[in-house]
Design a protein around this ligand. Structure first.
Ligand SMILES: NC(=O)c1ccc[n+]([C@@H]2O[C@H](COP(=O)([O-])OP(=O)(O)OC[C@H]3O[C@@H](n4cnc5c(N)ncnc54)[C@H](O)[C@@H]3O)[C@@H](O)[C@H]2O)c1
Length: 311
């Protein structure tokens, strides 16, 4: 059986970390793709990571390229192509620049990787993944956006720190769009089965939910660019669920066709990821406050998608 082929479009901060994780988890052979001006960066990172494999002892081929021919037939494609935020910018400020980039990437993936499971990371996430599906024409099972696993991880960390418990015991989900309107879902948030609302007063919970919503911005402010370790780990978790048919239930941006009352929209909802891609969109009951927040988030995503249609 031949190894799986993993193509990473964008060899920047997240792309490099994605390659490192994919190789370390031995998910398959990795191609790091970037524009011709940056092909040296892609090839240099690839060579460094192959040497890392000799030190750490993992088997994965890692190559850098600027040619779509090299990534033809990839099983998984993870897209980080585009520009990240700078301090003071919102994700939506990236729309016009990244939209052009995603369109050109999608055109190429359409012909070169027709059977791939495509995970989009580039921001503004919900609009970029919508565009990816639209241009490639791939099924909604095969085009997904990464945001929920990352935002939920941030939420889980802040809750664990508040309670002085292990992050391993905190389960929480963040749904909705990947922007200021994202919805940290408190009604399903537990510490090893104990509802978090029994453990943390409402006022503190709201402050933690707010910090989660601004979790990306907090890092951009500190280091002048976006986070990359946790975003890469989150996307690799999704890729691994697909490649190993793990059937993980994860929050991810999925194309909604009536689920939760929304149509023709990508937004973060719980999904099951297995060998067929998104195998199920899971509908959960939300309390009235959460549903109202989700409606607001859906409206913000819709606005962004409408704005992209004009560009
Ligand atoms: N979804 C999320 O949760 C999440 C989290 C963090 C960052 N992001 C987003 O991910 C994206 C990447 O972030 P980063 O920190 O890796 O940025 P980066 O600038 O380090 O890397 C982006 C890379 O994309 C490349 N690129 C540009 N145009 C391209 C094209 N047409 N084809 C191929 N590659 C191209 C650039 O040359 C660069 O190397 C940003 O849009 C950022 O906002 C999303």
């Amino acid at each position: 059986m031949s190894r799986k082929k993993i193509a990473l479009i964008g060899a920047g901060n997240i792309g490099g970390e994605l390659a490192a994780l994919a190789a370390r988890h031995e998910l398959g052979d990795v191609w790091l793709f970037d524009i011709p001006d940056k092909v040296g960066l892609a090839q240099g990172k690839a060579l460094d990571l192959e040497q890392n494999g000799a030190v750490l002892g993992y088997d994965a081929g890692i190559k850098g390229t600027a040619s779509y021919d090299d990534i033809a037939g990839a099983d998984v494609v993870i897209v980080t192509a585009g520009v990240p935020r700078k301090p003071g910018m919102s994700r939506d400020d990236l729309l016009s620049i990244n939209l052009k980039i995603i369109r050109s990437v999608a055109e190429n993936l359409k012909s070169k990787c027709p059977n791939a499971f495509v995970i989009v990371i580039s921001n503004p996430l919900d609009a970029m993944v919508y565009e990816m599906k639209k241009v490639t024409g791939f099924s909604r099972e095969k085009v997904v956006g990464m945001a929920g696993v990352l935002d939920s991880g941030r939420f889980q960390l802040f809750l664990a720190r508040e309670l002085g418990v292990s992050v391993k015991d905190v389960r929480a989900m963040v749904l909705g769009g990947h922007g200021d309107t994202m919805v940290p879902v408190l009604s399903y948030c537990t510490v090893n089965g104990v509802p978090v609302r029994q453990l943390i007063p409402a006022e503190r919970l709201n402050a933690i939910a707010d910090r989660t919503r601004n979790g990306g911005g907090e890092i951009v402010k500190l280091m002048g660019t976006s986070a990359y370790y946790a975003p890469a780990s989150a996307a690799i978790q999704m890729a691994e669920a697909y490649l190993r048919d793990e059937k993980r239930l994860l929050p991810a941006a999925a194309f909604l066709d009536g689920e939760y009352g929304y149509k023709d929209l990508y937004m973060g909802v719980p999904v099951v990821i297995g060998a067929k891609g998104i195998e199920k969109i899971v509908t959960i009951e939300l309390d009235a406050g959460e549903k109202a927040m989700l409606d607001k988030s859906a409206a913000a995503v819709r606005e962004l998608i409408e704005a992209s249609k004009k560009l």
